[in-house]
Design a protein around this ligand. Structure first.
Ligand code: NAD
Length: 473
């Protein structure tokens, strides 16, 4: 189990390894360096890949049931370590500690849920003269590259997909949030055979090396659209399989028949949880003109109730923005929104750290930056509509296609509208809900492939046809 007092180390071939160079890790609630993490070199990546390739044949041969049992042990260990891991996650990422606990528990639940999905070979032809079977073989070694907004969840999803299907895995967390993943590496070391999992912290260049490495067969990348395109281009050199989980600009369409007070609470939470730094956060709200004013008023009331502060303070409901680059970006979009529309802010945060008050923005047009771009912050536009067709067209007028939602008491009407959204997931009367057996992923430039579910697992498997001609003998 993790030694929380020990220095952070890489996990390579079942060993915790010190690295020669170190990166500063900043607590976003203070803006100050509070820890250092090792940065893996190209040589350390090579040894992790070599160890994974050595471990692969035995791991592949172990079978689904035995691998599922180890994933279940891992999930139980994660739950047992939840409190110290959650506090560390909050220190490096900023989110309120209750949300960190949820992220860790959810990671374990999703992991176990995925191992309940059966993958069996299929007999396609079985006649007197011919036998054809379709098998699913693991690919080999998966590289898992994660972002800074939900580093635990976004590592555990692809990690479970890789391990359960018989692949080895190398995780590279974001340089902004490497610490919890490195401590989880210490848990993984106690459970999985040497070489099956490695954890290598490092900068962007380490991610680029993973995507080009000839010993890696699959890349799971979660992050921005711009980096996702680079990952895909780099992976093409060795024709690696890729799963890309990228950004979003999710629209919520709110019809005139909703209970405004109730829906406002749900919309506000889905727009500002983790300070809006969620790929599938609500990033634009389209409200019917009959309820637009009342909804904005109710959203502003929610924003005023928010309590900004250090996520370790149990009364905090909104933490800081995770890093200074993102902080500057949200401030830029906020300033642009002020120029073109009306910004009503909720309660302000502490003066040190990367705090941005939640804000409801009205009066913007479709091409204003806060509407057209992914803000990844707690400042969001509420746009009126009178005609549902127009709302759907505006919701779809984007290169993003991660998710969206429709809110109404009339489920049939809402479902029909939701099905017209050009997104990977269209929710009705909810947003940001994922399940182990339900595919999640982006349409358009929000990604490639799906995570979770049978579809997600198949992305770590190579179909192989065994075709026997019986009549030849
Ligand atoms: P990012 O693209 O900057 O970085 C993500 C990871 O990629 C980091 O580990 C980084 O070190 C690494 N990286 C950077 N350059 C690389 C390269 N050239 N090759 C390989 N790896 C490289 O993303 P971010 O700013 O950390 O995360 C925010 C973005 O992630 C947002 O757009 C958000 O919507 C998206 N996201 C998507 C999902 C999803 O499931 N669809 C989930 C969470 C976040």
């Amino acid at each position: 189990m993790p030694d929380y007092d020990a220095p952070y180390r890489l996990l390579i071939d079942g060993q915790l390894v010190d690295a020669a160079s170190r990166l500063d890790v900043i607590n976003p609630a203070t803006g100050k360096v509070f820890a250092h993490c090792p940065a893996a070199t190209a040589a350390e990546l090579d040894s992790a890949v070599a160890a994974a390739r050595r471990a692969f044949p035995a791991w592949k041969a172990l079978g689904f049931a035995a691998r599922a049992a180890l994933v279940a042990r891992f999930a139980a260990a994660l739950e047992a370590e939840k409190e110290p891991l959650a506090r560390l996650l909050t220190q490096e990422q900023g989110k309120p500690v209750g949300q960190s606990r949820d992220e860790i528990s959810r990671g374990g639940t999703l992991a176990v849920g995925m191992t309940k999905i059966g993958i069996a070979s299929e007999v396609i032809v079985d006649t007197a003269d011919r036998y054809v079977e379709l098998r699913y073989n693991p690919l080999g070694v998966a590289g898992i590259i994660t972002p800074w907004n939900a580093p635990v969840n976004l590592a555990i999803g692809p990690l479970t997909s890789a391990l359960y299907t018989g692949n080895c895995a190398i995780i590279k967390p974001s340089p902004f949030t490497p610490l919890t993943t490195l401590r989880i590496g210490e848990i993984l070391r106690d459970i999985f055979p040497a070489g099956v999992v490695a954890v290598l912290a490092g900068g962007d260049e380490l991610g680029a090396r993973l995507t080009a490495h000839p010993g890696i067969d699959k890349i799971s990348f979660t992050g921005s659209v711009a980096t996702g395109k680079k990952v895909m281009a780099s992976a093409a050199g060795t024709l690696k399989r890729v799963t890309l989980e990228l950004g979003g600009n999710d629209a919520a369409i709110v019809l005139e028949d909703v209970d405004v007070a109730d829906v406002a609470k749900k919309l506000f939470f889905a727009a500002t949880v983790n300070s809006g730094q969620v790929c599938m956060a609500i990033k634009r709200i389209y409200a019917h003109e009959k309820i637009h004013a009342a909804l904005c008023e109710a959203l502003v009331a929610e924003a005023r109730k928010a309590k900004l502060g250090d996520g370790l303070d149990p009364s905090t409901t909104l933490g800081p923005i995770q890093n200074s680059r993102q902080f500057e970006r949200v401030r830029e979009l906020h300033a642009d929104a002020k120029q073109h529309g009306q910004v009503t802010e909720g309660s302000a945060g502490p003066s040190e750290g990367y705090f941005i008050a939640p804000a409801v923005v009205t009066g913007l047009a479709e091409n204003d930056r806060l509407v057209a771009e992914e803000q990844f912050g707690p400042v969001f536009p509420v746009l009126p509509f009178s005609d549902v067709d127009d709302a759907v067209a505006r919701a779809n007028r984007t290169r993003f296609g991660l998710a969206g939602s429709v809110w109404s008491r009339d489920l049939e009407r809402a479902t029909a509208i939701a099905s017209r959204l050009e997104v990977g997931t269209a929710w009705v009367n909810q947003h940001r809900i994922t399940m182990a057996n339900v595919p999640f992923g982006g349409a358009k430039e929000s990604g490639l492939g799906r995570t979770y579910s049978r579809l997600g697992l198949e992305a770590y498997l190579e179909p192989q046809v065994i075709s026997v001609l019986r009549s030849a003998q």
